[in-house]
Design a protein around this ligand. Structure first.
Ligand SMILES: NC(=O)c1ccc[n+]([C@@H]2O[C@H](COP(=O)([O-])OP(=O)(O)OC[C@H]3O[C@@H](n4cnc5c(N)ncnc54)[C@H](O)[C@@H]3O)[C@@H](O)[C@H]2O)c1
Length: 276
């Protein structure tokens, strides 16, 4: 068996929600670099134009489509249009996600984590809660649904959802809607996987730890915060979007054919505990 050929995604049709930045952009980059045809779907019009132009300039087959994952009709159109252009939809990364604002403590790490009044459950507004669930959970559902409509009839597909270490481990610096949305998305992946397993469509999740992206206003770019978090990460460094590329390619490629319903944590060991 030629294992290398199992990673061949040449000509595969791919959509990535939240593809203009961070992890979604990394997924798009690695698939396109391996010959796939990629549509980055995002609300950030300027970011989409910039990144699609940059990648096209590198000779990659990448285009942008503006759609908000909370607008399910617009999302359906963006996915349908990509599938029509490519004549196939092989891979859908359901990735778009937002931070949920203040949690009930301040600070990502260290022994001093003072309570934050604004993040307390008693003050958690319906608006904050619903917005996070709408993007991070309902958006995943809608993306998977739009993708399955194309994948099931062809008897092939890869649905890859970005969950989080927060689906398992409560991170109190982040508002609880984020944890609930990610835990919901993780279990939804298992539902999708069971339903579609006999039809050549797999569903898996990538659960990142702390990655330097633009989420939450880009707080992760702060070197002091990175150093503080890195102390607690057993590998003593934070994640970079390049770190997810090989895993994304595996889950998106024919190589992962017999893997479904799984969530793979990629966190430098952060979820294991603190070592030294
Ligand atoms: N960065 C981390 O440490 C980390 C850790 C665990 C999980 N995640 C998850 O990774 C995913 C990607 O986030 P990221 O860290 O790359 O952040 P990011 O902010 O760099 O990228 C997210 C992209 O999603 C887009 N987006 C936001 N809301 C949208 C909507 N309603 N419709 C369409 N696009 C929308 C944004 O415009 C942005 O381009 C999210 O689901 C996030 O929860 C991130």
């Amino acid at each position: 068996m030629n294992v290398t050929s199992r990673f061949d995604v040449t000509g595969h049709g791919v959509v990535v929600t939240g593809g203009a930045s961070g992890l979604g952009l990394a997924y798009g980059e690695v698939l396109a670099a391996h010959g796939a045809r990629v549509t980055l779907i995002d609300v950030d019009e300027a970011g989409l134009a910039r990144e699609a132009a940059r990648l096209k300039g590198e000779g990659l087959d990448v285009r942008g489509a503006i759609a908000d994952v909370t607008d399910h009709a617009a999302l359906d159109s963006a996915v349908d249009e990509a599938a029509a252009i490519y004549g196939r939809l092989d891979v859908a990364f359901a990735n778009a996600g937002i931070d949920s604002g203040a949690g009930f403590v301040a600070g990502w790490a260290g022994s001093e984590r003072p309570r934050v009044e604004e993040g307390a459950i008693e003050r958690y507004t319906d608006e904050r809660w619903n917005r996070v669930i709408d993007v991070n959970l309902n958006g995943i559902f809608a993306t998977a649904r739009a993708a399955a409509r194309h994948m099931r009839p062809r008897g092939y597909g890869r649905i890859v959802v970005t969950t989080s270490l927060a689906a398992t481990k409560v991170e109190p610096v982040i508002g609880s809607a984020y944890m609930a949305s990610k835990a919901g998305a993780r279990h939804l992946v298992r539902c999708l996987a069971l339903e579609l397993a006999a039809e050549g469509v797999t569903a898996n999740a990538i659960a990142p730890g702390f990655f330097v992206t633009n989420i939450g206003g880009g707080h992760a770019h702060d070197p002091e915060l990175q150093a503080m978090v890195a102390k607690d990460v057993p590998m003593h460094r934070v994640g970079r979007p390049d770190d997810v590329k090989a895993l994304a390619l595996f889950l998106a490629a024919p190589a992962s054919e017999y893997v479904t319903g799984q969530e793979i944590v990629i966190d430098g060991g952060w979820g294991l505990g603190i070592a030294d």
